[in-house]
Design a protein around this ligand. Structure first.
Ligand code: UDX
Length: 436
């Protein structure tokens, strides 16, 4: 099949590459000339495990193409995916201007029946707006389909290739057949393609992300309660997660959720609800808890240093909002850094992938380490903000030798309490008794 992806951001690039991998002819369109040139020349613009290999292969085999021209891009295409940004607008509602601008241009360019697919996370009613916008420009037949994306950064290729489910909102039999054909290779193992009406598909994406964010905020509150009542959140987490109605995943407390989706989508859903006169109380609380959680460790750090961290030097492990990505959007680490600097501390940070992005944003407000041990030299304490695997089994002896004070503030609960006791660290984590 010949398909076009408009927008070569995270979702666009993964979607385009994976559809090329299943044998389609894919053209990706982006207004950013520099980006398109890089991609054309085989330089991948995002870090995502496993993607580069597929990207190179499909580029070489001429199934994957890049252009800045929408007209060239959609020439002959049967399906056009819109994978454009929908940033939060003035009041937290998703800003649809990119999506609608492209819809307008598309309307002028369509030559034959085309399925236009909204892949970006868009509020309920957006597909209808896209349809109206295109229809104003053309008399050519087309259908607009909602096909939200559930892939996670860091495991995006796997999520795309073997999705738990594919959600497709459409009111057209013709579009349904085309979408089925396109996705059939990815659901061979039996996971469903769920066809539904368009508003339900649009809402499914928000409901999924909001529910997961709610699970995390819930556990973060349980963790606080554990600390206050002398319980251990690891035990409580296992205890409730073994109930299949609750499930084991997404119950890890920490210093809050970040990234490009959860914060934005929860806020957008609250706004959407408000727009139709409904006050979505649970999600308000989910957001409040998450805000507080991002700097939850700061009072413990201050307490440990008797309320004064001026001139103290901290090692920070982890900058990315989660492991296996260089993405720092809404990363809790950045909120921690801001607070620590405001209290007069200095920071040397290490992250396996995200240093470059942080350097762009923070410049020399903090120091950057070459590796996780260089980070610890002469530090008054270690703070852990991201659970990269390489932090899980460190050389504790080396750590003891490098750190000035043997204290670890762990925002991701990487270590067992007993182990920390044996290794002789003061260890402050989330929802568990401090080891002092
Ligand atoms: C999320 C959704 O999972 C995905 O379906 C959607 O398409 C995009 O948004 P992503 O943002 O890549 O994906 O990351 P995810 O792995 O879901 O983690 C989100 C945040 O929640 C991270 O900051 C992570 O640290 C945090 N988290 C996750 C927890 O704090 N505890 C958990 O138990 C799980």
């Amino acid at each position: 099949m010949k398909i076009t992806i408009v927008g070569t951001g995270y979702v666009g690039l993964v979607t385009g590459t994976c559809f090329a991998e299943s044998g389609n002819q894919v053209t990706c369109v982006d207004v950013d000339e520099e980006k398109v040139n890089k991609l054309r020349n085989g330089i991948i613009t995002i870090y995502e495990p496993g993607l580069e290999k597929l990207f190179q292969r499909n580029l070489r085999d001429k199934r994957l193409h890049f252009t800045t021209s929408l007209a060239d891009g959609i020439d002959d295409s049967e399906v056009v995916f819109l994978a454009l940004p929908t940033p939060p607008g003035a009041n937290g509602e998703a800003d649809l201007s990119y999506v609608l601008q492209v819809a307008e241009q598309l309307g002028k360019l369509l030559k034959k029946y085309t399925v236009v697919v909204a892949k970006s996370t868009v509020p309920v009613g957006t597909c209808a707006k896209v349809k109206e916008t295109i229809a104003r420009q053309t008399s050519v037949e087309f259908d607009v389909v909602s096909n939200p994306e559930f892939l996670r950064e860091g495991v995006a290729v796997e999520d795309f290739m073997k999705p738990d489910r594919v959600v497709i909102g459409t009111d057209s039999e013709r579009a349904r057949k085309i979408m089925y054909e396109l996705y059939a290779p990815f659901v061979r193992q039996g996971n469903p393609i769920l066809f539904m009406d368009i508003p339900s598909a649009e809402l499914t994406k928000y409901a999924a992300n909001a529910f997961l964010a709610m699970k995390i905020s819930f556990m973060n509150e349980i963790a606080i309660l554990c600390e206050k009542l002398g319980a251990n959140v690891d035990m409580v987490r296992r205890g409730i997660g073994s109930d299949t109605r609750i499930g084991k995943r997404f119950l890890f407390p920490g210093i809050g959720y970040g990234g490009s989706c959860f914060p934005k989508d929860v806020q957008a859903l609250v706004q959407s609800a408000r727009g139709v006169g409904y006050d979505f109380k649970i999600l308000q609380a989910v957001m409040e808890v998450n805000e507080r959680q991002k700097t939850y460790l700061i009072p413990s750090i201050l307490k440990y240093f008797n309320g004064d961290i001026r001139g103290k030097r901290f090692a920070l492990w982890g900058l990315a909002f989660k492991p296996n990505t260089d993405d720092i959007r809404e990363a809790p680490s950045l909120y921690m850094i801001r607070e620590l600097l405001a209290h007069g501390a200095t920071i040397r940070a290490f992250d396996p992938e995200a240093i470059q992005n942080v350097r762009k944003q923070l410049g020399d407000q903090i120091e950057y380490a070459n590796d996780q041990y260089h980070c610890l030299e002469n530090a008054d304490g270690l703070i852990i903000a991201t659970e990269w695997n390489e932090f899980r089994l460190p050389d504790f002896e080396r750590m003891r030798a490098l750190l000035r004070q043997k204290v670890i503030f762990d925002g991701r609960n990487l270590f067992e309490l007993e182990k920390m006791q044996d290794e002789g660290f003061h260890y402050i984590s989330i929802g568990r008794k401090p080891v002092l």
